[in-house]
Design a protein around this ligand. Sequence first.
Ligand SMILES: *Cc1c(COP(=O)(O)O)cnc(C)c1O
Length: 372
Amino acid sequence: MYEFIPDNPYILLTPGPLSTSKGVRNALLRDWCTWDADYNEDIVQNIRRRLVALATAKTEDYTVVLMQGSGSFSVEAALGSIIPPEGKVLMLTNGAYGKRAVKMAKVLKINHTEYELLETEAPDPEKVTAMLKEDPGITHVVMVHCETTTGMLNPLEEIARAVKAQGKIFIADAMSSFGGIPMDIAEMDIDYLVSSSNKCIQGVPGFAFVIAKRNELKKCEGIARSLCLDLYDQWKEMDKTGKWRYTSPTHIVRAFYQALDELEAEGGIRARHARYQENQKLLSEGMTELGFEALLPAELQSPIITSFLYPEADFNFGTFYKKMKERGFVLYPGKISQVDTFRIGNIGEVYPDDIRRLIKVIREIRPVSSHT
Ligand SMILES: *Cc1c(COP(=O)(O)O)cnc(C)c1O
């Protein structure tokens, strides 16, 4: 039926937007009526049920709210709709995404405090416990799971345990890990988890979602500091009929449905995680062999994205980037303040053979790239 699906001129080794399959891009190519069951029930509600099932075996305790916009819009929706005016949030920060959440709290005038770490440092659960004991006014804790800034995998389970032991509400930004790393949020007792359409589920960008403990979300009526980003109201409306409160990103939603089908066909989150791990392993072995050094030690490294140090002080990333893009690979600049880095992502429609080709291409261009 649809004939023109162009090949991509390059693969994106950038964690969002990322390379998507032809099947996902194909699914974008028709229009949908948003007031009938063939969209609202068969696609929107179906997606919601499948997302909860991906997050936990205890599906009855959780629900999911889909929200227009990129991932940050849903982080902001969550913070602004969950933390009541008398609440106070502890933010764990070891990268740009943790810092962005702090900025949101400032803009939203939410009372907050920060456990600030270096970008190469993992949060310590004991320190979190101590901070919560010291300041009983703290009601909520926010942490990023995979800090995409560096590729660090923060200790989600240990931090969740510390937070819940003190009876606080835990909000996890699992934007770049959900769907790519196995987890059960009910087992970890996580209250809210935020992710988006264009990361490990491998859809196209345009909406995000908050998986929420029903009993907690129920308490959030009237808290929102924004009309459009009111998580509670969006939930209430969506729960009734699958309708989004304002225009639904129909094509993106339909493509996401296809992405979920493809995740299942691949063998689910475990199989996808294994592929990402294989990608990361080939990448770090290949890069090490070529003389590059990873920013993080292996035990802190996620299978999602890897940061590499500039191999020499006069390394010209701009030239390297351009040569790589001409050869079909888009890399990602670094984002950390302490040292010069660049990043290579493993997620999306990217397979071990792509990483082998990548390493081969870097080997070919490397001798010139560093001194031009
Ligand atoms: C991608 C990402 C976000 C959201 O970024 P957007 O550009 O708004 O989609 C938030 N947190 C983390 C950890 C991410 O990787």
